[in-house]
Unconditional design. Structure first.
Length: 257
């Protein structure tokens, strides 16, 4: 669906992008691969803006997209994105509406919870990993990166928008609600006494939520105290002291699911 040409930074669509980021009512997707995936996955795109270097039109994605698509020059694209090099295509996506009630009363048995993950690239990798491992939903808790930060969206490689992601700062509330619904809460720590392999020797719980913590300090004491069990990942002796949080999430989820 073609929407015409944008030749001014004061165009109403450009202003909508600014409001989108300010009000957090949606998120921005940049680059050919992610936009093609968003179109293929049927995400709720508000519009696509692309320049003459983009292959979206040649590859049939402008005709395939169920949203308004606009052509723009390099100056407009650079005004929309701080990424370097400037992307040849940018899309605005409506934020999917997911909430805790959906998780508590829907068919969501395998959850991943992040506790105060600060780096949006790390958070995006965690969400991508969760998607690849077959997690039903991700809950982002505590102070830290927002799941709709553009770096998080980029690092998630299309998982944001397709995989249910809930942003709820109050981690304690989330855990208490999940436990009341019969979800087993599994924490992770380098100081835990139970090894992952030992725990996985038995059948995985029917409903569970794995928590991964901050890149530097790990899970907060409060969150650790709410867990039903704390697990430690086996590591080579005398080498690194811990795994990257996204890697740790992948190892644990791969063993449990």
């Amino acid at each position: 669906m073609r929407g015409g040409i944008i030749d001014s930074r004061k165009h109403e669509v450009i202003l909508e992008y600014k409001e989108l980021e300010k009000l957090h009512t949606g998120f921005i997707i940049e680059g050919e691969r992610l936009i093609k995936r968003a179109v293929d996955d049927g995400l709720m795109l508000k519009n696509i803006i692309y320049n003459n270097k983009s292959v979206l039109e040649k590859d049939g994605y402008i005709d395939k997209a169920q949203c308004a698509c606009y052509r723009a020059g390099e100056g407009i694209m650079s005004a929309l994105s701080s990424s370097k090099p400037v992307p040849s295509e940018i899309a605005a996506c409506v934020m999917p509406e997911y909430n805790l009630d959906l998780l508590l009363h829907g068919e969501y048995a395998r959850l991943l919870i992040t506790d105060c993950v600060n780096n949006p690239d790390n958070l995006g990798l965690i969400i991508r990993t969760a998607d690849a491992c077959g997690v039903d939903a991700v809950i982002v808790t505590g102070k830290g990166a927002a799941p709709y930060h553009k770096n998080c969206v980029r690092a998630s490689r299309g998982a944001i928008g397709r995989l249910p992601v809930i942003h709820e700062p109050d981690g304690k509330y989330i855990i208490e609600q999940l436990k009341a619904a019969g979800v087993k809460i599994i924490g992770t720590s380098v100081t835990a006494e139970i090894m992952l392999g030992e725990f996985c020797g038995a059948a995985a719980p029917e409903k569970f939520a794995v928590i991964v913590g901050n890149e530097t300090s790990g899970m907060s004491e409060e969150m650790c105290g709410l867990c039903d069990i704390m697990l430690k990942i086996e590591m080579a002796q005398g080498r690194q002291s811990s795994f990257n949080v996204a890697v740790a999430a992948g190892i644990i989820l791969n063993r449990l699911i």
